[in-house]
Design a protein. Structure first.
Length: 626
């Protein structure tokens, strides 16, 4: 958030401590109430995984976006920005949005299925004014808006011929049906798969039923649709089911493979396109395919644009059709060589691969360069949508942004397509740590998934991303109290970049040098509190003393370096996994916090050239290790 308070240091204080929209700066009295804080976002732009975007079918330029931990948004064309819809909801679980369903008749009505994960409460939210206000209907079936499989769907669907009827493809409790606009829900007794339930789930989760598609041609307004399709993303004999009597009975549609059904799109002539993968995503997918179903005959045709190569993996998930019958699909988790997007104008008989000629203009969110010459095409490409009123406008979602283009049909002629981040108004990131230095840039930030940044101007997306090395998560940032140009950070390895998880900077965090501390032999396990990631050594916090001459890392046994990581000395006299904190003024002094015994100890750390015996707090137990 950005504050218009008198000083930038008060700005950060408000960032960390305020719990309301207005607050007083430190030292303020009633006489200074004329200077309230005004809160705004610190600009990054996107930054997190967006499982899907859904366009309204009845109003041009109306679209909704669901995120896995940042709520839902509505595209406001008049302002050319995304409007957050759940920022005023006190229940944190609603920020994990499992599905979104704009009403197919009334553009003012929209529904959300919300629930962060299996342990969290779940609800269906209904709005009659485009998300400005919500009616919250608590439901007993749990969701997984931030679990594996969150890119599946859409799970929530409204019958276009009777908008009182809603179906929800649940993860654990079968097919859920409401006949009163979401006010009450019951499990379909006729659907043959009741769900695996919460007590029989495999780890870490399961996909359950993945999508619901109504065929609007099969009914009349006010009387409901007769034909309904439901996908299955659990291990099962059949992964697609069909009803032709409005859900009274169901029949499987056998397919010649065992892949899980991920997403589906029905064109105006009755072709159902289904993307399949070997896993529910967004990661750990090894194989997949794309199939087309002729709904008049139930005949299947495989139309996979490019089969995954052996040892390279990857499946398919995103799928969309436009009003002219063109279809597009995305790959998923195809790290080698890369994920891709294909478009077909002949119902999947032939495909155009958009990757080779796609151009990315990421001027507005330069962090998407990730320290490379070009921005990545994307990964975790679960969502794909084409504007039903404009076949040239399309978008796909990634693990870090949403790319959109205004020349999607150019691909048919073999011409390049230009993609831009469609994220104005979206600040969907996991902020792990913040630091404001006494000098230099306004703010240093540590993020989940996108490393971290130097913020010189809080109103624009930062150009200085923490690279060399890039971290997956930046979990800790510290600076030298008497020499703030010296900064250290630590985090978790990036999935694609890998490498060291410690770094230091001598220029307020603008450039970095990597460091690696040696592993502690026979290290005891960590206490499990405040540890992130699978490897506590790689996730150890780091701090720097007041004059910047010594860095200390909180591995199983604390270690110190006085030569910028060239050598490390294990500290003696401290219990395992303690948290040393440097004094901001005295370079020699650290205070260690033992969270296991709730004790605090303080001891000096020796100056580099001291001839005296080292105190117990940092006496080397072995020769320095390079």
């Amino acid at each position: 958030m950005i504050s218009n308070a008198p000083t930038r240091r008060a700005t950060l204080t408000g960032l960390l401590l305020a719990t309301s929209l207005t607050a007083l700066p430190f030292g303020a009295t009633a006489a200074t109430r004329a200077l309230p804080y005004r809160w705004r976002n610190v600009r990054v732009g996107g930054g997190g995984f967006v499982p899907n975007v859904v366009f309204s079918r009845v109003e041009r330029s109306l679209a909704y976006l669901r995120s896995d931990m940042g709520g839902a948004y509505r595209w406001q064309a008049s302002q050319e920005r995304w409007i957050p819809l759940l920022d005023d909801q006190a229940q944190g679980s609603w920020q994990g949005v499992e599905s979104v369903a704009p009403d197919p008749v009334d553009p003012n009505v929209v529904y959300l299925a919300c629930g962060m994960g299996r342990p969290d409460p779940a609800a269906i939210l209904r709005s009659e004014n485009r998300g400005t206000d919500w009616t919250v209907i608590a439901v007993p079936f749990r969701m997984g808006g931030n679990e594996d499989g969150r890119g599946l769907g859409e799970r929530l669907a409204i019958d276009p011929n009777d908008t009182r009827t809603l179906y929800f493809a649940s993860r654990h409790d079968g097919l859920q049906v409401s006949r009163d606009r979401g006010a009450n829900w019951t499990k379909s007794a006729s659907f043959p798969l009741p769900g695996l339930g919460l007590n029989t789930r495999p780890a870490p989760t399961h996909g359950g039923l993945s999508f619901v598609v109504f065929d609007p041609r099969s009914g009349e307004p006010g009387k409901g649709s007769r034909t309904i399709f439901v996908g299955v993303a659990d291990p099962s004999e059949h992964h697609l089911w069909r009803s032709d009597d409005g859900g009274t009975s169901w029949k499987p549609l056998p397919a010649p493979h065992a892949y899980l059904a991920c997403k589906a799109a029905l064109d105006q002539e009755g072709r159902l396109y289904v993307t399949y993968s070997s896993g529910i995503g967004p990661s750990n997918v090894a194989d997949g395919a794309v199939w087309r179903l002729d709904t008049a005959t139930n005949a299947w045709t495989e139309i996979t644009p490019a089969k995954p190569l052996p040892q390279r993996g990857g499946g398919f998930m995103g799928v969309a059709v436009d009003g002219d019958g063109a279809v597009a699909v995305t790959s998923l988790n195809r790290w080698t060589p890369h994920d891709a997007l294909w478009r077909s104008t002949d119902h999947g008989a032939t495909w155009t691969d958009l990757y080779p000629d796609a151009r990315r203009d990421v001027t507005t969110t330069p962090f998407l360069y990730w320290g490379e010459p070009q921005a990545d095409f994307g990964w975790w490409m679960a969502g794909l949508a084409i504007d039903p009123f404009d076949p040239d406008f399309a978008c796909y979602t990634t693990g870090a942004t949403i790319y959109a283009t205004r020349d999607f049909t150019k691909a048919a002629a073999g011409r390049p397509t230009t993609w831009f981040p469609w994220v104005e108004g979206i600040e969907q990131t996991a902020i792990i740590t913040l630091t404001s230095l006494p000098e230099g840039p306004q703010l240093l930030s540590g993020f989940g998934d996108i490393s971290g940044f130097v913020h010189d101007d809080l109103s624009v997306s930062p150009t200085d991303q923490f690279t060399t090395p890039v971290f997956g998560n930046t979990n800790f940032i510290d600076y030298a109290g008497g020499k703030p140009s010296v900064v250290v950070r630590s985090g978790t390895p990036h999935q694609r970049h890998g490498g060291p998880t410690l770094a230091w900077s001598g220029d307020h965090g603008r450039t970095w040098a990597p460091m690696t501390a040696p592993r502690i032999a026979d290290a005891p396990p960590p206490p499990g509190q405040g540890r992130r990631g699978p490897d506590p050594h790689d996730d150890a916090a780091i701090v720097v003393n007041a004059d910047g001459s010594a860095f200390m890392v909180m591995t199983a046994q604390a270690q110190v370096t006085r030569d910028r990581g060239a050598t490390w000395t294990a500290c003696q006299g401290l219990p395992p996994w303690v948290r040393p904190v440097p004094d901001r003024v005295a370079p020699q002094r650290f205070t260690a916090i033992d969270t296991q015994t709730a004790s605090v100890s303080s001891a000096p750390t020796p100056a580099p050239a001291s001839p005296r015996p080292q105190p117990a707090a940092c006496r080397p137990t072995s020769p320095p290790t390079r």
